[in-house]
Design a protein around this ligand. Structure first.
Ligand code: CA
Length: 236
């Protein structure tokens, strides 16, 4: 799906230029000539970014921006005509993503649009990396794995695993206590999951149990949840 740029601007001559430039760069556009229409469109449609004129016939662009922010955090670039407007955009730190001063070239505008979207994408990617931090583990957690070697260590001893055993064990180790069904384990560990073979997961678990028991005969780290699936023991 193409990104959609909403243009809230009452001068059709300006809009024509913007629409042409944005379409050339692969964007879809929606044009609203009043603020109220624009607000409604943000509420009802999937909008990637808003170009917002400040001098609108029905509402001041700043007021509209405040209304918009109550409902949505869509990125906004102000289109400003006068220097006092620029002062307000900058001075009030309204949280807009950028502004462009009229008259502007369509090329300049599309460059700004792309820059804002790129920045947001990077910020989102960085956030995702931060969220992906591994959950904290009990101090005596006995498992470690080395992804470069496809090796799992239990109480410091390497578990001799097959490829799928390694992958299943790693999934369980990543979230002790989380119960995974056979189907989920198959989905996550196999390149081409075949649900009719989900029972083979049981066989791999059985092998893993045996190998882990060889290391600690009186402890079974894999818990079976009857009728639902498998989990790694949570308390260590
Ligand atoms: Ca205007």
């Amino acid at each position: 799906m193409k990104p959609t740029i909403l243009i809230i601007e009452d001068e059709s001559g300006i809009v024509d230029n913007i629409v042409y430039a944005l379409k050339t760069e692969g964007f879809d556009t929606i044009w609203c000539s009043t603020g109220m229409e624009g607000l409604e469109t943000v509420r009802s449609k999937e909008i990637t970014l808003v170009l917002l004129d400040i001098g609108l016939p029905d509402i001041n662009g700043f007021e509209l921006f405040k209304e918009l922010r109550k409902k949505s955090d869509v990125p906004v670039i102000f289109l400003t005509a006068r220097s006092e407007e620029i002062d307000r955009v900058v001075g009030l730190e309204m949280g807009a993503d950028d502004y462009v001063t009229k008259p502007f070239s369509p090329r300049e505008l599309t460059a700004r649009v792309k820059a804002v979207l790129r920045r947001l994408k990077q910020a989102a990617a960085e956030k995702e990396v931060q969220v992906e931090v591994k959950p904290s583990r009990p101090k005596d957690f006995p498992f470690e794995y080395d992804e470069r070697r496809n090796a799992v260590y239990y109480r410091g001893v390497q578990v001799q695993t097959s490829r799928y055993e390694y992958r299943i064990l790693k999934i369980l180790i990543d979230h002790p206590g989380w119960v995974y069904t056979r189907e989920q384990l198959m989905e996550m560990a196999w390149e081409e999951p075949d649900m009719s073979l989900a029972r083979t997961v049981d066989a791999h678990i059985k092998n893993l149990r045996r190998k882990l028991k060889d290391i600690t005969p009186d402890c079974d780290p894999i818990v079976t949840h009857r009728g639902s699936g498998y989990a790694l023991k949570e308390d260590w």
